[in-house]
Design a protein around this ligand. Structure first.
Ligand code: 13P
Ligand code: SF4
Length: 369
């Protein structure tokens, strides 16, 4: 049986290459995922479930984390969702502890919105190439050089970068918020994802000055290989996350956030899909649409520069064993945000959540969750 890359056992620490904002290449470590033998899983899942209850904790997971954590979140009263819903769900859940299975910016967003709660993560070193490519100092200088622009930052940034912004957006709401600001005649300073920014600019027509960064996973999808795959699967519909390059987006039948991609598949009703986002999402798609064939979109194959190839190496650092360690109270798992930075960063995040409640009919918001 072919083993998914995200659960391969390897002793070598991964070194992930990413492009810095100034074009230099940075190298960031990612710990290899810890393999859990199938026979050990039931006991580990039960232990984690019991600890979640004892600690009054809720598990908020992203679609890209290992299926074991996705299933546990869903079966224990937590959620598996996109970044927008993760923020909303954690904020409105009554539990005193939020455990975020995802990457650091997701944990920080939860802490900023809930300074009175304990926010824990299985691994605080789970990075994101967009966050890494956007250091707060140079970003503040970029903003200072363009005081006439409204600063809109993607969720995939540090608390300090959010604190310097006017609005935070996620991929499910970026188009709507930028369109709204454009309608008011505002010019935008956008950071960090250049592909998502470019997509939003194309659909809204807004005047957007871009930061330079990209996602190491989505940047590896290639239009030429995708075209070839489409020829081999002529009836398949193509679903693309907007962090992908423009040539890949141009081949899409639907473009959307992770939740948007799942909803599009349900709406389009095809028997086969090619999915251009992290392969972790396919677990949820198979659960919701049994009998439908989901194929991971191609990265560049042999000649590729990618080491992640449609699996985020940092999302893969979340597993059952370090989740249990976290819930057992091991040190080094609590997300902490400087209170003053958190206070300032909360403003653009709440602005987005309020906008979502007013403008997105499917967004649940307080009262109707
Ligand atoms: P979503 O908000 O669409 O889940 O995206 C988060 C992310 O990091 C995608 O790479
Ligand atoms: Fe960041 Fe890309 Fe990983 Fe999403 S998939 S967390 S954008 S590196």
């Amino acid at each position: 049986m072919r083993m998914a890359k995200s659960i391969m056992v390897t002793a070598t620490p991964l070194k992930i290459r990413f492009e810095r904002f100034n074009g230099d290449i940075g190298i960031a470590p990612a710990k290899p995922p810890v393999f859990v033998a199938p026979e050990d899983k039931p006991a580990l899942v039960e232990r984690a479930r019991k600890l979640l209850k004892e600690r009054d904790a809720v598990l908020v997971a992203h679609y890209y984390v290992h299926p074991d954590l996705q299933d546990l979140a869903q079966s224990s009263g937590g959620t598996v969702s996109d970044s927008l819903e993760m923020a909303r769900f954690g904020h409105e859940h009554p539990g005193s502890t939020i455990v975020v299975a995802g990457v650091r910016f997701m944990g920080e967003t939860a802490k900023i919105l809930n300074p009175e709660k304990r926010v824990l993560m299985p691994d605080l070193e789970a990075e994101c190439s967009l966050d890494l490519a956007t250091p707060a100092g140079p970003f503040a200088e970029f903003c200072d050089a363009h005081p006439d622009r409204v600063v809109v930052v993607y969720a995939n940034t540090s608390a300090a970068v959010k604190a310097r912004s006017d609005w935070m957006v996620t991929s499910s709401i970026a188009e709507k918020i930028v369109g709204h600001l454009h309608g008011q005649g505002k010019k935008i300073l956008w950071a960090p994802d250049k592909h998502l920014g470019d997509y939003v600019r194309r659909v809204t027509g807004a005047d957007m000055l871009m930061w330079n960064a990209s996602c190491v996973v989505h940047d590896e999808f290639k239009a030429q290989e995708l075209e070839a795959m489409k020829l081999a699967h002529p009836d398949a519909k193509v679903l693309v996350h907007p962090e992908s390059p423009a040539g890949v987006i141009a081949l899409a039948d639907a473009v959307g956030s992770t939740t948007g991609i799942i909803q599009a598949a349900e709406r389009l009703g095809a028997k086969e899909y090619i999915v251009a986002t992290d392969g972790g999402i396919i677990h949820q798609m198979r659960k919701r649409m049994p009998g439908v064939n989901f194929i991971e979109a191609p990265t560049a194959g042999k000649g590729a520069t990618c080491q992640s190839c449609a699996h985020c190496p940092w999302m893969a650092m979340n597993g059952l064993r370090n989740l249990i360690e976290t819930l057992e109270g091991a040190p080094g798992h609590e997300v902490l945000v400087d209170p003053e930075i958190g206070r300032r960063a909360r403003i653009p995040i709440e602005r987005m959540l309020d906008f979502a409640k007013r403008n997105m009919p499917t967004f649940r918001g307080s009262g109707d969750a």
